[in-house]
Design a protein around this ligand. Structure first.
Ligand SMILES: Cc1cc2nc3c(=O)[nH]c(=O)nc-3n(C[C@H](O)[C@H](O)[C@H](O)COP(=O)(O)OP(=O)(O)OC[C@H]3O[C@@H](n4cnc5c(N)ncnc54)[C@H](O)[C@@H]3O)c2cc1C
Length: 399
């Protein structure tokens, strides 16, 4: 592949950069990174500005408010936006995973009702898949939906639901038939998160944040018309969401080798042989990942869909992030244990990212699951053992 932009791509990059410079501050600029108040309002306002200027959802069709752009334009937009302090967090799951699922499986009425409002930043969505004993094996979930007239009645519990505390709607995967094998008895619904019977309990994290939740459903009624896909076909619907999730969480927000090198230079650690060896390892891994990403871009620029080899991105970046932050905190000596953004170099970016990195190694597929995918689907090694695949769910020990 030619790694340089084509004239059309260069023109789009220039237009995107000019738009970003007009509206945002560069990432890491002191004022931008300290200014964290009212994050949700800022995220909604930024989403609206993007949507009004056709920079929200680059590849979505114009009829749904997108730009109708190419996959390469989407890559370029991502590269440019990541250089700025863009408050995109609250929309990543909704616009990256949930609403595309509504577009793929919803009725015309659903699309009219939900897509535009989500795109304009007026409504936020969450993804309700994981349960206390069903994360990697999400098909083992137990939250039940029982048909009652034109409604379904939902009872059960979800966990680790990012952003549920500020979400308006969610896509909800539930068990509608326990008598068939686990993948066949699931159904997907749109759920109104503000309705009676939906209880959202924030989980308090070690970092002090509260970004994830337990969500309890007690006799929650969902009309059958808010079903996404056929009854019992929820696994197929979920796979579309999960495919988008793997693409959406591939990146790694946080400091990289260049930032720790700059920090080490300021603190005289570059003269330390052991540190220099680590730095070389991080650099080599980062270059390897960059070239792997070029392969993905080559596939996209040829109109192909990137394959399971993409799973390597999150394994490398999440582990890398954890290692870099760990080393930076060690380098800070006794200052390393302070977690006050105002008193730490770089607004405690290494401390904050150190606490986030383990979550990144779990969300959207754990390291082990991604390695299984690479082993089976890239390297062609034998499949993981799946003894419960064809048994009715209610005959399984965990069911
Ligand atoms: C930051 C964060 C955000 C999240 N946001 C959401 C969200 O918005 N919505 C949502 O639905 N969920 C969300 N989750 C949940 C996430 O999808 C699950 O935590 C994840 O899928 C792992 O499942 P688990 O926690 O049940 O771990 P388990 O599946 O119980 O895994 C425990 C350990 O066993 C290993 N393991 C399991 N099966 C295998 C296997 N077959 N082979 C080898 N090793 C295996 C795992 O890799 C892991 O190390 C989030 C999680 C995090 C950390």
């Amino acid at each position: 592949m030619d790694f340089n932009d084509t004239p059309e791509e260069a023109a789009f990059r220039k237009e995107a950069r000019a738009f970003l410079e007009k509206h945002l501050k560069p990432k890491g600029s002191e004022r931008a990174s300290r200014d964290r108040a009212n994050m949700l309002e800022k995220a909604k306002a930024w989403q609206k500005t993007k949507a009004e200027n056709k920079f929200a959802q680059i590849t979505w069709p114009k009829e749904w408010g997108g730009r109708g752009g190419t996959a390469m334009q989407n890559v370029i937009w991502g590269q440019e936006e990541s250089k700025f302090d863009a408050p995109t967090g609250p929309f990543a799951i909704g616009l990256g995973m949930c609403v595309p699922t509504v577009i793929a499986f919803g009725s015309d009425e659903h699309k009219e009702r939900y897509v535009q409002k989500a795109l304009m930043g007026e409504e936020i969505w969450c993804q309700l898949f994981s349960e206390p004993s069903a994360g990697s094996d999400v098909a083992g979930l137990k939250t039940r939906a029982v048909k009652d007239g034109d409604d379904w009645v939902i009872n059960g519990q979800k966990v680790w639901t990012s952003g549920a505390h500020y979400s308006d709607y969610g896509i909800l995967l539930v068990r509608t038939d326990p008598k068939v094998p686990k993948h066949k008895g699931l159904t997907m619904f749109i759920v109104d998160m503000k309705q009676p019977g939906v209880e959202v309990r924030p989980i308090h994290q070690a970092s002090g944040g509260r970004e994830f939740n337990e969500v309890y459903f007690t006799d929650v009624r969902i009309p059958d018309k808010d079903r996404l896909g056929d009854v019992g076909a929820g696994w197929k619907v979920a796979l579309v969401t999960l495919m988008n999730e793997r693409l959406a969480v591939g990146g790694s927000p946080g400091p990289d080798w260049a930032e720790i090198m700059e920090y080490a230079r300021d603190h005289g650690s570059l003269s330390d042989q052991a540190f220099r060896e680590k730095l070389a390892d991080w650099y080599v891994a980062a270059q390897g990942y960059k070239l792997t990403k070029f392969r993905t871009q080559t596939a996209l620029s040829r109109g192909q869909t990137p394959g399971p080899e993409n799973s390597i991105g999150k394994i490398i970046t999440a582990n890398h992030l954890q290692d870099i932050c760990n080393s930076a905190i060690e380098m800070q000596d006794h200052f390393g244990i302070i977690n006050e953004t105002d008193r730490m170099p770089g607004d405690a970016i290494f401390q904050q990212s150190f606490m986030w990195a383990p979550g990144l190694r779990i969300a959207g597929g754990t390291d082990e699951i991604l390695k299984n995918i690479i082993a089976e689907r890239v390297l062609g090694l034998p499949q993981d053992v799946r003894v419960d695949k064809d048994k009715p769910f209610d005959e399984l020990k965990s069911g």
